[in-house]
Write a protein that binds this ligand. Structure first.
Ligand SMILES: [Zn+2]
Length: 343
């Protein structure tokens, strides 16, 4: 029988294990409680903005094929969806409208009885604590699907910047008059933030804020949104006004202009392929930075999860965490309610 000698306190102090390591980062990963104590980034309900699509009451509620779990809602259903979101902890929604009719200048977008205006009023009545933001753009409301007025420059059709500004301001005023807390211009015309700010202030709507889609890229990740918002351009693409995916310095210039013109929050869109842009915006500016986790990013997760190729909720949590870790204060995401409900 061998006698086992107990280690003395001095032995324990000098023992460094087999590898002789003095630093062992794994100590901070030993259990979920330790990991949660040292976690640097946690996505909370207050970080999330939930986008909603609103259709006229004459249309049925339809699930968007490429975005399972996301619907085109009538006003009453949008209100129900807001209640569900509020119960999950969501503090803000971002509304997109699909109008009754479309024309060349998107005039249905400033109809005071339009789907977005009606939804703003109804949500504010039913869920007063919900912050209501309204997307401002013409592409959902124009028959050509572009974000502004089309002009013909010697056979080349393009969106006219300055003619579009007045229409965007008109739309923004209409949403503000309906009770929107924020208007969120997504068109990428030069000077729109200033034009909208002046229009709001002239009508004493000084409390209505502007969340500017400042760095919005011409992206392939918007595909499913165009089905959801029925806003695909009939000809050409949006590369003459949305940003080139290769540019980050230009994003900072765009943001700077929006800040100077009076934006209250700035945004980078899409999020996942532009995490470096989010980081650069966070470092260069003091205003809250929002990032849009867009339809294509949502659809990829849903499609792969449906096939059992990835764990959907786990990947969603990882994506949202990465966007916040990159520097976003706010994340606009279709995952908002399911993410918060699943925690
Ligand atoms: Zn648009």
């Amino acid at each position: 029988m061998t006698t086992k000698t107990m280690p003395t306190p001095t032995d324990l102090l000098t023992s460094r294990g087999d590898a002789g390591l003095t630093r062992r980062p794994r100590r901070l990963r030993r259990s979920e409680s330790i990991r949660s104590l040292v976690r640097e980034t946690v996505v909370t309900a207050e970080d999330l903005i939930y986008p909603l699509f609103v259709v006229p009451n004459s249309r049925p509620r339809v699930e968007i094929k490429s975005m399972p779990g996301v619907y085109q809602n009538r006003v009453a259903e949008a209100v129900e969806e807001c209640k569900r979101a509020a119960d999950a902890g969501v503090r803000a929604v971002l509304l997109f409208g699909l109008p009754e009719y479309k024309d060349a200048i998107g005039s249905s977008s400033w109809d005071p009885t339009g789907p977005v205006q009606s939804a703003i009023e109804a949500i504010k009545r039913a869920v007063p604590e919900m912050t209501v933001m309204a997307d401002v753009c013409l592409c959902e409301y124009t028959d050509h699907g572009h974000c502004g007025v089309i002009v013909d420059h010697g056979g080349i059709k393009d969106v006219d910047n300055d003619q579009t500004l007045a229409l965007l301001a008109k739309q923004a005023l209409s949403f503000a008059a309906a009770g929107a807390d924020f208007v969120a211009p997504s068109d990428m015309m030069d000077g729109r933030i200033g034009a909208i700010r002046r229009a709001l202030d002239e009508r004493s709507l000084t409390d209505v804020g502007i969340m500017a889609y400042s760095a919005k890229y011409a992206s392939g990740f918007y595909g499913p949104f165009r089905e959801a918002a029925e806003s695909a351009p009939r000809f050409g693409d949006r590369r003459t006004y949305q940003m080139d995916p290769g540019n980050v310095r230009e994003a900072l210039r765009e943001i700077e202009l929006d800040v100077d013109e009076g934006a209250d929050m700035i945004m980078v869109k899409p999020a996942l392929s532009y995490l470096d842009v989010i980081r650069a915006a966070r470092e260069a500016f003091e205003l809250p930075v929002a990032a849009y986790n867009v339809s294509g990013e949502y659809a990829m997760v849903k499609a792969a999860a449906e096939r059992g190729w990835i764990d959907g909720p786990r990947v969603t949590a990882e994506i949202l965490t990465s966007i916040k870790r990159a520097g976003a204060d706010l994340i606009i995401t279709y995952h908002a309610v399911e993410f918060l409900s699943g925690r």
